[in-house]
Design a protein around this ligand. Structure first.
Ligand code: HEM
Length: 237
């Protein structure tokens, strides 16, 4: 939580107050491009913060209304408007095809997981809703993760800067760092989330149901994962 908020604060700091002169992305003095970018960042920040609140167990358990409202803010004042503004921002990006294709993939994954999460909530499939929202937030913070991957990618690329891979070409170096960071941020986040969701979905062994050595246990020693989770209000999404 602290890392996500800290990174968001750092990323957003250059755009508060909005000023074309301090933009980290070179928009070539174009105010339309700048405001599309600033809007994207504003809605992206709302999504990041509102989404973070959804993973706070205390809020889900004790303030279900606040949880639902934060969910609406996450989608309708965060992810969805950010997605619309992200399209021109991605199309205008000059950070190389590898980075642009990673960002376009993020955008598609953001849309697919967001719509699936919303539909699951509307049809009260809370277990599915929770899984899709975890995937969706993993995409939201893949942008933050890509900045963290920079700590690994930048030194590795710089070590080869004058070698045959880059031959001192600064543009190629910048594009490669951006592309590698974006792909790693997205792929590793989604892989970790799938691993976590599969682990949770495994049947849960319970002491009560476990078969005794004499064979007198009441069942197979497991409870179905979904039923188990639905029995716990804190885990209903
Ligand atoms: C997941 C979908 C997202 C995509 C595809 C995306 C894409 C982009 C693109 C293409 C740029 C411009 C970079 C360039 O022109 O080279 C950008 C910039 C930026 N985005 Fe996003 N973004 C996403 C989500 C977010 C979120 C959730 C935040 C939250 C704060 C965010 C914050 C920023 C910031 C601060 C910049 C300016 C770059 C900088 O100053 O370092 N983005 N984004």
């Amino acid at each position: 939580m602290v890392v996500t908020l800290g990174l968001t604060g750092y990323m957003v700091s250059a755009y508060l107050p909005p000023d074309l002169a301090t933009s980290r992305v070179d928009v070539h003095g174009d105010p339309v491009r700048y405001w599309l970018l600033a809007g994207h960042i504003g809605f992206g920040t709302i999504a990041t913060v509102a989404g973070l609140a959804q993973f706070w167990p205390w809020l889900r358990r004790t303030r279900p209304r606040a949880h639902r409202w934060a969910g609406r803010v996450y989608f309708f004042a965060g992810v969805f408007p950010a997605m619309v503004l992200t399209v021109p921002v991605v199309l205008a990006s000059e950070s190389g095809m590898s980075n642009v294709s990673a960002l376009a993939t993020m955008l598609v994954m953001w849309a697919i997981t967001g719509v699936a999460g919303l539909r699951a909530a509307r049809s009260r499939r809370f277990s599915d809703h929770r899984a899709w929202m975890i995937r969706n937030y993993a995409v939201t913070v893949s942008v933050h993760a890509s900045r963290l991957w920079g700590a690994v990618v930048i030194p590795l690329v710089l070590l080869q800067a004058d070698g045959p891979a880059y031959q001192g070409d600064t543009r190629a170096i910048i594009h490669d760092i951006a592309g590698a960071g974006a792909w790693l941020g997205l792929f590793v986040n989604l892989a970790v989330v799938e691993w976590y969701l599969r682990r949770r979905a495994r049947p849960v062994k319970t002491a009560r149901n476990a078969p005794s050595p004499t064979g007198s246990g009441s069942g197979s020693g497991t409870v179905p994962p979904v039923a188990h989770r639905l029995a716990d209000p804190a885990q209903r999404g």
